[in-house]
Design a binder for this molecule. Structure first.
Ligand code: CTP
Length: 440
């Protein structure tokens, strides 16, 4: 096995690695060349947790996606016809993007690019930053081969963010926002030349060329970040918040609330399938000090959809209901609290972690994340199958849930006390121990 295949296997969660092998098998059967790319490669080689798996195929991946939908239980989350990229969600919560290797030609800054099929090498050279332009071959003949035309691996080691070419921010000015988001997330430095490219692009008016679509996409990406407080601070320093709202840029940011949100994110254990709509929660915290008019203007600037606005409006009332439910005396048993929260949308729970003033609510949320959710993972699919249910069936799901509830309420087995230590040996001929040491 090549070193990189080993790194892949040891760094991914079990569920993620299973998905990689599934996609690899389906691509092989479809006769397609498959590579692991983008953020997934950056995070694996840099030692960061991998959120999504990004695959690139050197052809139209439609056949591969069709076969995966048929065999794996994956569902389509979104599709982009133009770039032939599809986002999928696999059972167990693993999210995957499968895209066609492509060249993107930008006729005008910030405009939609012309897309054409390409080799993996050409595709990598069109990307934003070197650290995002590394690919790992998952093909039989070259399994584990690393393709790294811009020395992204060197920059990952040096912790540096560097554009691949001088026109990166002119082609896609939205990358100016991406740069600082990645800087905060990864804790990397911006290389000196890239810094001057930022300044040149800003002076050339590239910020005004960021499309509403791009602003919206970045806002949705920001909402998923684990350190929203630190990110907004950097965006404010870089004077990038005015792209969304002059009021925010004028200092109407509630950093205390954003810090609470940052801490709430840290409560969620990594690797659990925790369903959450990040955007409404993030906007609620970010817009805390804005009046209705400024809020509406900021949402318009980012092209926030009606559905997303609706989700934001419903969030606080739904969280209020949960706040009440979580104070109930009926939630003494671990299983009762787990049952309530496991079926509650994640954003309602984290909203309370940020905003609830009730001690009992905060404690119960902490118990859920730090004790009961990790304990629920101790009930494995193998244990449920051994109890007689066939994986993938509704009976399996029901039985697993029941087994988890039982496991949560089971009292920890009493451990037998250790045996009494043997009595000390009798003193030797009247000398105190140690006196021999002091003898001169
Ligand atoms: N990309 C790019 N220019 C952009 C957006 C994306 O070149 N404006 C490329 C990068 O190579 C990136 C890849 O497309 O790694 C996938 O994009 P995306 O999924 O948005 O980002 P990730 O880097 O995977 O980051 P995340 O972990 O936030 O998903």
């Amino acid at each position: 096995m090549s070193d990189y295949m080993f790194t892949l296997e040891s760094h991914l969660t079990g569920e993620q690695y299973r998905v990689v092998t599934q996609v690899q098998k389906a691509a092989h059967e479809a006769g397609l060349s498959l590579y692991l790319t983008g953020g997934a490669m950056r995070d694996i080689t840099g030692g960061f947790p991998v959120r999504d798996l990004d695959f690139t195929v050197e052809a139209n991946p439609a056949k591969l996606i069709k076969s995966l939908l048929k065999t794996s239980g994956a569902e389509v989350v979104s599709e982009d016809e133009k770039t032939r990229s599809t986002e999928l969600k696999f059972p167990g919560g693993v999210t995957v993007e499968i895209a066609m290797a492509r060249i993107e030609k930008f006729a005008k800054s910030g405009a939609k690019p012309r897309v054409a099929a390409a080799t993996i090498y050409e595709d990598l050279l069109c990307r934003d930053f070197t650290i995002n332009a590394v690919a790992l071959s998952l093909n039989k003949a070259s399994l584990g081969l690393l393709i790294d035309p811009s020395n992204g691996m060197g920059d990952i080691e040096r912790h540096e963010l560097r554009t691949i070419h001088n026109y990166s921010f002119y082609d896609d000015p939205g990358r100016l926002l991406r740069l600082f988001r990645l800087k905060v997330r990864l804790g990397f430095n911006v290389d000196e030349r890239t810094r001057s490219q930022v300044e040149n692009a800003t002076e050339a008016g590239m910020l005004e060329k960021i499309s509403t679509e791009s602003l919206g996409a970045e806002l949705r990406n920001m909402a998923r970040e684990a350190a929203p407080h630190d990110l907004i601070k950097v965006l404010e320093e870089e004077k990038l918040l005015e792209l969304y709202s002059p009021a925010l840029a004028a200092g109407k940011i509630d950093y205390a609330t954003l810090m609470k949100l940052q801490k709430a994110h840290q409560l969620v254990p990594f690797g659990v399938d925790f369903e959450i709509k990040h955007l409404p929660l993030f906007l609620e915290c970010l817009f805390e000090k804005l009046n209705a008019k400024d809020k509406a203007a900021a949402m318009k600037a980012a092209g926030i959809t009606r559905g997303e606005t609706g989700a934001l409006e419903k969030l606080a009332p739904a969280a209020k209901k949960l706040d009440k439910a979580l104070q109930s005396a009926k939630l003494q048993k671990a299983s009762s609290l787990y049952e309530l929260l496991v079926s509650t949308p994640g954003e309602h729970i984290l909203h309370l972690a940020v905003f609830s003033g009730q001690r009992i609510v905060q404690d119960r949320i902490k118990h859920y994340f730090q004790k009961y959710l990790p304990m629920s993972l101790e009930v494995t699919d193998e244990m449920v199958a051994a109890a007689g249910a066939a994986p993938g069936t509704p009976k399996f799901k029901k039985l697993k849930h029941e087994m988890i509830l039982k496991h949560l309420d089971a009292r920890p087995k009493k451990v037998a006390p250790p045996p009494e230590p043997p009595p000390p040996p009798p003193p030797m001929s009247g000398f105190a121990r140690g006196s021999a040491v002091r003898r001169s």
